[in-house]
Design a protein around this ligand. Structure first.
Ligand SMILES: Nc1ncnc2c1ncn2[C@@H]1O[C@H](COP(=O)(O)OP(=O)(O)OP(=O)(O)O)[C@@H](O)[C@H]1O
Length: 585
């Protein structure tokens, strides 16, 4: 745990951690020594040797003063460190998460991150503020007392030393059970939390299918599992915690028994025995305190480990500096192999080139890997084999910033910030002039939308853009892309969002984008496919066919079959609905 803490604090604060630990150890030992000094003081007092008692009392006063100073310093340093831990953890988590591959952010990992960044960080800060001191002093103070018992009477010392491992083992056993139980309870709580989010997010779907009132089975199961894990945790750990306390009391009883037997035997004076029994009472007190806090410390240790695990997630390896682009605006896949899970390839040996300022339409059955292609270009994931090149350079040899400056992404899941429409478009290029923002909005059909909204440009769109329709959100996203003027645009022509009106605007926007950029479009609409310079047919994890619409129809292969099938379907129309016509060069 100390190692994890040192790793989180980093080299800048490791010295402070060492100093804190040194003061803590000093305090624990001094506390043991000050307690041990009770024996000669009481011994002298009970004998009636006041002078000797006063001399020992003076020594004790010095040691007690030193103990108080050490206690104060270690407590202040502990609090200071806990504040440093809080700040460092938030900074490091923030920096690290910003460098993680986007593919890392699943519902589960996001839930884990959110729990760790809030409750987990709070729990870790209690380690140096509250938990470590009682546990360390609860072990070291009794150890010092055991050494003193040896000095005063070796037989009592041996009894204490024999009891100590038993006490420590019992405490370790119960703390380990607390830790294991907490891990299970935490895992169940994380699942339950993500199910709650899922339940809230999917209300629309659940209601549409009449599933909202009858309960949501995955959520109920997750809550039941959380309850079971919590109950099991309590049932397993409670007896162990109790037995920890029992062992402490039994050890105290053993020390009294041995002391009494020695007094009966006459090998220890009753007066001395009284003094030694006062010391043995102090032997068990800190141990009980340590036992009480050991479970909490173990839980904080689990939180710490989970944070370290997040910080250990390998970030996207980025070069310090990008390699210069050799073919600006070009996209190339060179024998790319990729799968989301090991042993389950989605793309196999995929090679193709999209020359600069041309338009390529990607078509293929659902699940063929069309979206995956765009994710690899944007480096949400790294390829397993081969290379994806943007502007002639492997995306792994470009910094994240430089890669993103080459790309505009118009994907299905458009996120709109809870801000005005204008601010949402300006995200594309924050330093754009007002006129440029308006022009981009006009080309994407957002101005027509603005005219309909009560507060026009100042209309705030809700969090995640919920107050706009899917098609309207997509128009805002297209306006962002137009404004950004990136050399390459990756566009997913979301079928659901493309009613005839939206489609008209998207087609117009595509024409504008084509003037400056290379376009890779996951195409669902016939006009887009027909207008593309090249069509890439993706199937079975590979490129099945490449060519123009005419070439591919003439070839009579997979595209022709696909075309005929889709032409019969709703999503494809032979005649473009747009009055201005389809996309044309
Ligand atoms: N994040 C992910 N984790 C694991 N598997 C994934 C993930 N995203 C996609 N897949 C799987 O990879 C395969 C290709 O998915 P992809 O979304 O690229 O297909 P697509 O051709 O775009 O499909 P569609 O037209 O239905 O959107 C599918 O089998 C899909 O289940």
């Amino acid at each position: 745990m100390i190692r994890d803490l040192a790793r989180i604090l980093g080299p800048a604060h490791r010295g402070a951690l060492r100093t804190y630990l040194a003061w803590l150890v000093g305090y624990a030992v001094l506390q043991g020594v000050s307690m041990a000094l009770l024996v000669p003081v009481l011994d002298a007092l009970l004998r009636g040797d006041t002078g000797q008692a006063l001399r020992w009392l003076a020594v004790m006063a010095v040691v007690v003063t030193a103990t108080c100073v050490a206690r104060y310093v270690q407590a202040m340093k502990g609090f200071g460190l806990s504040l440093v831990t809080l700040g460092t953890l938030h900074d490091r988590l923030g920096d690290h998460v910003a460098r993680l591959p986007l593919g890392w952010f699943t519902t589960e990992t996001t839930g884990r991150l959110s729990r760790s960044a809030t409750g987990g960080v709070q729990s870790v800060t209690t380690v140096t503020a509250h938990l470590l001191a009682p546990v360390v002093s609860g072990v070291l103070t009794p150890a010092t007392i055991a050494v003193a018992l040896f000095v005063f009477d070796w037989r009592l010392g041996v009894t204490a030393v024999l009891c100590a491992p038993l006490i420590l083992l019992t405490h370790r056993w119960s703390a380990a059970a607390v830790g294991r139980g907490e891990e299970r309870a935490d895992a169940a709580a994380t699942v339950a939390a993500s199910r709650v989010v899922e339940y809230a997010r999917n209300q629309q779907t659940l209601r549409a299918f009449g599933r909202a009132s009858g309960g949501y089975r995955p959520l109920e199961d997750a809550i039941a599992a959380q309850r079971t894990a919590g109950g099991r945790w309590l049932a397993e750990t409670f007896p162990k915690i109790l037995s920890g306390g029992l062992v402490v009391q039994l050890s105290f009883a053993a020390l009294i028994t041995v002391g009494t037997l020695l007094a009966v035997d006459g090998s220890i004076e009753p007066v001395r025995l009284v003094a030694l029994l006062a010391l043995t009472a102090r032997f068990t007190g800190p141990l009980s305190e340590a036992a009480a806090r050991a479970g909490a410390l173990r839980m904080a240790g689990n939180d710490l480990r989970r944070l370290v695990e997040i910080l250990d997630e390998p970030p996207l390896a980025e070069p310090e500096e990008s390699r210069p682009l050799t073919a600006p605006g070009e996209i190339e896949f060179d024998r790319v192999g990729f799968g989301y899970r090991p042993g389950e390839p989605v793309l196999r040996d995929v090679s193709f080139r999209v020359p600069a300022r041309t338009m390529t339409a990607v078509v293929g059955p659902s699940g063929a890997g069309k979206t995956t292609l765009t994710r690899l270009i944007a480096r949400f994931f790294d390829v397993d084999s081969g290379s994806v090149r943007v502007g002639g350079v492997d995306v792994r040899q470009l910094t994240g910033e430089d890669l993103m400056s080459q790309l505009s992404l118009v994907f299905q899941d458009v996120y709109l910030f809870n801000d005005t429409l204008e601010a949402n478009i300006r995200v594309g290029r924050p330093d754009a002039s007002d006129a440029e923002v308006r022009e981009a909005a006009r080309l994407a059909g957002v101005d027509e939308l603005v005219a309909r909204l009560p507060r026009g440009w100042e209309t705030r769109v809700g969090e995640g853009g919920m107050s706009l329709s899917g098609g309207e959100r997509q128009r805002v996203s297209v306006a962002r892309a137009i404004l950004k003027r990136a050399p390459i645009v990756l566009l997913d022509e979301a079928t659901a969002a493309l009613d005839p009106e939206n489609e008209r605007y998207v087609q117009r926007a595509l024409r504008t984008l084509m003037e400056h950029s290379t376009l890779l479009v996951i195409a669902h609409k016939l006009p887009t496919v027909v207008a593309a310079d090249r069509i890439l047919v993706l199937d079975g994890g590979g490129v099945a066919e490449v060519g123009t619409h005419e070439e591919l129809l003439a070839a009579g292969g997979r595209y022709t079959a696909f075309w005929n099938e889709r032409r019969r379907g709703d999503g494809w129309r032979l005649v473009p609905t747009a009055p201005e016509g389809g996309v044309g060069r």
